[in-house]
Design a protein around this ligand. Sequence first.
Ligand code: SF4
Length: 402
Amino acid sequence: MNKDIGKPNVYSGMKILHHEERFRQWLQYEFEMDKTGESDNMIYPIMVEMHLNTRACNHNCFLEDIRGCGGNWPIKNTQWTRQEGLNFLNQLKTAEVKSIPFSGGGEPMFHPNFDEFLSEASTFADVGLITHGGRIDSFSRAKSIVEKATWVRVSIGGATEETYRGRHGIGRTEVQNCWRGLEYLIQARKEVIKEREFIGMPESVCTIGVGFLTNSQVSHEIYPLTGIVREIGADYLSVRPDHYSTDDSSFLIEKARSDFQNQSFSVFAPYMKFNNMGEQIKKINPLIEVPYKDHFSTVAGGDGEGNLDCFNVNREQGDYGNFIKDSFETVWRSQVRVKKLKSFLKDPRTHYRSHYDITSKYLTDFRQAYLVTNSEAEREDLVQSWILNRDQNVKHVNFINN
Ligand code: SF4
């Protein structure tokens, strides 16, 4: 596999170039740090992924030991109170955060204030939702999500009921609930499109996709699942290797892509995460040394802990401060975060996936080129050329790496 694109391209490591001001600020920060070891430039994140709880969910995925969620994960469930969540969102608004995906941790729709958080966040930022879909139990519930969210991705456990039940530890009814939730979303979107066409703004309607985590036991279901998901009317299927999979499913994904992809349906797969999986697991050849992306996107766990990325959430190696105990501003400006960001990938406990972040790879290359310039004019030319040549086909630019 040699590309990770589909149409429209909602996943791209180059989205950062659509945020010229913050991108320039970051380059300046890196330049000053390199020359003098200090900088007053502070880059606020573009995206804050918010987990509403640490593990609440009615599924019992066999991935939970590595996802940090679900029935058997050995941590207690913690969640934001209504007031803590609303305060935090208010602080993100002040910091001009541009996107907030709600994800897990556990299942975001298990939080009693989920609807209120979603509504509040959508008043100032683009909102995304990753859910198993089983709690989308009516057309009206689906419609209220579709009206507010920029995108929703429903995580599906398999093409067949047997596989789905086995992987998620659930019964037949819950499998049906999850598929029904997806169908409600698709129906609701048709309604919202009609309503928006009526008022002349049809273009801004929620993208609906399906996520499938694959491994050697289930990769044969990629192909039939792609057909089912397209038939239902979703915009895309995103296939990713599960967190410790060593399976290279490139061939199967390419086949599904070539047979099912069309103008209104895409198959996405992060090629980098599939290539040389064995090597990646051993961290023989890490792609990056510093996760520069973490200047622009971060994660707030269900316990309020700020974490550099979702792979390490609920784990000490990525935590850098608590947004419930301290203000967003205090935690974000803290030296703990800045130091941790620099040393993060040297910690042997860091999940290997964190060593293969494509946005950080692009940023590493930009930084390197910027730092070896000889004059301000040269630096300006360089930045101009990157911005001019950025990919115009990218969608959801406010969602860094999502
Ligand atoms: S469905 Fe998602 S949130 Fe629920 S246990 Fe499985 S991985 Fe965790």
